[in-house]
Design a protein around this ligand. Structure first.
Ligand code: PMP
Length: 430
């Protein structure tokens, strides 16, 4: 594979853009090497500027659940563009979007559109703090909720870690208000609430963790959190930026039958445009400006072109059997990965939840952050490059979920598994 044009672009980029990229994981830092630059994307494929084609399991980090450049999404955007790019006054598509989200995710009785997942989570915790009059936020080790200051805090040792910032620049006074506990640890959550329950404004969680590989909730875990929050007067926020409309039409809350107070969205609802949203109980959402005093706003929020893309996408995911087909694809793919690894003598387990999956270089079942970080990361990095050389693009980090789209048909999956058989042999030989 030639990469000369990408290499030249990356060298120009690193001179002017921090790390050469506009979002860190794109830079291949953890897997090593340099990123390829994309010229175009279509269906299950990315095409780089050197003429190489890759089967894509990143899907723009989640939005592309119907594949790239889907004609229905593209046409909806083209139609919208004909009417101007942004109005700064309400448009009908915003109402249709609110009607669609509240119908598909009934816990969202009202919804507000924003421009990214980060904005959605920031807004949701401001609302939680404003509505409860409390300040503390609880998050889980390994969960990512965008780059807001309150979320750039992770657990240290022990079950209950108060405020250890992982990014310089986060004021200590703010990070001290974030408590981090272990995902899927029932007792850890119970104990935290016993200690500081009355301080907690909200618990925010990725109901299926997709930012520490792919970790499904243990049976009853989300319900346990729901009960703790209800008992202690805290709000439960499901960050469904990744899982929304992906692990089921109604998101993780539909799949696991647990109702949060607030939900955040992103990725799929924008159809590939910069969109986020947060929604939830009417009595809470009514506290957002201008209905209520908690301020949140956006120059481009509810943008007509972005709404058109998102609405086209949300129509496509409502087609009967859509999520079942993606889940079947994920199963074939992950079974195939396991078989290829076994044949090469490489320990591998996989997790799949709907149209999300994760690869773990271990024999053990993994459903905790500690389990995910204990895997052989070097082996993942070797697999990543061996797959890339064979024309398959996995997320360039062992801590990111993989994404299936409806464009990943049988032929694409078989081509992926053919590549995997060679790639796992290469991992074993290294
Ligand atoms: N929440 C979750 C669960 C996410 O996966 C992400 C992004 N990967 C975000 C929030 C932040 O979204 P954005 O990158 O659009 O700001």
């Amino acid at each position: 594979m030639k990469h000369e044009t990408s290499q030249a672009l990356f060298s120009r980029a690193t001179a002017l853009i921090p790390g050469g990229v506009n979002s860190p994981v794109r830079a291949f830092k953890s897997v090593g090497g340099e990123p390829f630059f994309v010229e175009r994307a279509d269906g299950a494929f990315l095409y780089d500027v050197d003429g190489n084609r890759y089967i894509d399991y990143v899907g723009s980090w989640g939005p592309m659940i119907v594949g790239h450049n889907h004609p229905r999404v593209r046409e909806a955007v083209a139609d919208a563009i004909g009417n101007g790019l942004s109005y700064g006054a309400p448009c009908a598509a915003e109402v249709t979007m609110a009607e669609t989200i509240t119908r598909l995710v009934p816990s969202c009785e009202m919804v507000r559109m924003v421009n990214s997942g980060t904005e959605a989570t920031l807004s949701a915790i401001r609302l939680a703090r404003g509505a409860t009059g409390r300040q503390r936020i609880v998050k889980f080790e390994g969960c990512y909720h965008g780059h807001g200051d309150s979320f750039l805090v992770k657990a240290g040792s022990g079950m209950l870690t108060l405020g250890v910032p992982t990014s310089p620049g986060v004021p200590a006074g703010l990070s001290e208000l974030t408590s981090t506990i272990s995902y899927n640890d029932f007792d850890g959550a119970t104990q935290l609430f016993e200690q500081i329950g009355p301080e907690i404004a909200a618990v925010i969680i990725e109901p299926v963790v997709g930012n520490a590989n792919c970790l499904p909730p243990r049976e009853g875990y989300l319900r346990h959190l729901r009960e703790l929050c209800t008992r202690h007067g805290a709000l439960l926020i499901f960050d469904e930026v990744m899982t929304g409309f992906r692990v089921a039409l109604g998101g993780a809350q539909a799949r696991y039958g647990v109702t949060p107070d607030l939900t955040t969205f992103g990725k799929i609802i924008g159809g590939g445009m910069p969109v986020g949203a947060y929604g939830g109980r009417r009595d809470l959402m009514q506290q957002i400006a201008p209905a209520g005093p908690i301020y949140q706003a956006g120059t481009l929020s509810g943008n007509p072109v972005a709404m058109a893309a998102g609405l086209a996408m949300l129509e496509l995911v409502q087609e009967p059997g859509f999520h079942d087909r993606l889940e079947a694809t994920a199963n074939t793919l992950c079974d195939g990965f396991e078989e290829a690894a076994r044949a090469a003598g490489v320990p591998l387990t996989t997790n799949r939840v709907g149209a999300m999956f994760g690869l773990f270089f271990t024999d053990a079942k993994v459903d905790t952050y500690a389990g995910a970080t204990a895997c052989d990361i070097g082996a993942f990095n070797r697999l990543f490059h061996a797959m890339l050389e064979r024309g398959v693009f996995l997320a360039p980090s062992a801590y990111e979920a993989g994404f299936i789209s409806s464009a990943h048909d049988d032929a694409v999956v078989e081509a992926t598994l053919e590549a995997a058989r060679g790639a796992f042999r290469a991992v074993a030989d290294a």
